[in-house]
Design a protein around this ligand. Sequence first.
Ligand code: 9G3
Length: 575
Amino acid sequence: MRYSSYFMPTYKEIPSDAEVISHQLMLRAGMIRKLTSGIYTYLPAGLRSIKKVENIIREEMNRSGAIEILMPAVQPAELWRESGRWDHYGHELLRFRDRHNHDACFGPTHEEVITDLVRREIHSYKQMPVNLYQIQTKFRDEIRPRFGLMRGREFIMKDAYSFDVDEEGADRSYEIMNETYTRIFQRCGLRFRAVEADTGAIGGSYSHEFMVLADTGEDQIMNCMECDYAANLERAEVKLPDSQPESDRNDMNPMEEVDTPDIKTVEDVTSFLSITPDELIKTLIFVVDEDVVAVMVRGDHEINEAKLKNFLGAQDVELADTDLVSETTGAPMGFAGPVGLKIKLVADNAVKEMKNFVAGGNRKDLHLKNVNLGRDFSVDRFGDLRVITPQDSCPKCSGKIQFGRGIEVGHIFKLGTKYSKSLKALFLDEQGKERPIIMGCYGIGVGRTVAAAIEQNHDKNGIIFPIPISPFEVTILPLQIHETSVAETAEKIYADLLNHDIDVLLDDRDERAGVKFNDADLIGIPVRVTVGLRGVRNDQVEVKLRAEPESIVVPINEASAIIRQKTKDLYDSLK
Ligand code: 9G3
């Protein structure tokens, strides 16, 4: 490609409304342009990167035996009414009416559509297992789209759906996708990790998220230093505390009231009463679907709402507002406690081991000391309800754990029969018995993968593209374009690389050297070839890898071969 006839509008300034580096760099490098909030045009360089990610996905999905289809973006509401999700989703689901006044939506995902297709076409165990996938535009009307392609409203997703006759078949399909995703992200040149994740509203038994490791990642993840356990913090299990010997329970001190005028936060209460947070109980009031529940957790722990939701089997959990708190506890926020509370009370496992602790007194400006489980209150249910902390050990092997941040680029789910039951996608098994199909679903954010690669690979000069998803593999910079010897040398190398199917950009613009160097670094092309007058006079050109500080000087007639070898080495280094 010749730069002078390409369309890649780069610029120096840092765009003010871009908060993360990948968003800034994709705008500055002329890869994307915003049409409106959360909706982007892919410019040529951005599209080349997107297409390279799609092709890696396609190759690996096909290798796994999955079969590509393409489903519509517009979906009839009827299917969503059948699955019960039409009324479950709020404004995030973009709804509209067609000219015949039929309700429809712009598909945010395709479980209903694919299950409708399968329920019409698959009726026998002989037709499964099958995995159907698409690479298609989705729309989710995020309330605050930001970070460019990382959290857009309209985005390209690869979504796959597997169909099996039984659980072990579904586990096999899931495992095949797990391995396929590992190959996809390896081939994209990313440093990533699969972590156990929350299954969210999906009833399935488990799911894994594929996280690109980056400090700017929105998700918090943990992993064990000794075993392979890794999980999104929303999901990470907490090891059961070693239970105290029963005998300790005899030294329960008498409970006493203590005046705490307007003292309600953990830090205020602990400093006022000269205790540590682990000697205090936090009692938070939640609205759980239509119910009100009090949740207790130790003062130095945080409640994990995803765990709470799953523990209570609820669709929605959210903190009660101040009116509801005072209505249910008889006190304003900050004085809630378990003693005398008339609503359902659940507690994190760590509470079971506490004694003589401080809690709110369910009266304004009142706390209680020496509160004890059993004597002063009882808990309906204990569970793993808190966020794991660096002080905790691995729930699987008790090893040391570490924390990090990641960008979710893929998510695979066991769906079970959630959709095959509601949409009656049934099949006759070998005994002629009718059963619901067992499903799995598997997503990859294509644009988010490109953005995550940039988050993980950049420096002060711009992007450092992993070669498999870079818009171009090589860029040639003739510095004095009007010097025949320079122009001819650049053209010769350009032609030879094209003949060897190298993705090469020839920067033939009539621009100063500095502009060309800055653009090459900004766009992040892995291999840069500089053709300068001085070098050409010595029958040499310079070759530099974007990811390395130093460059080498090579004889002109060996340049193409050396450049091709360097390109090959970059691919091989990612295998
Ligand atoms: C909606 C809206 C947003 C949504 C969904 C539905 C997320 C929704 C979960 C999934 C699960 C998997 C197949 C590919 C991989 C992910 N956001 N999810 O179902 F109506 Cl507005 O999409 N689907």
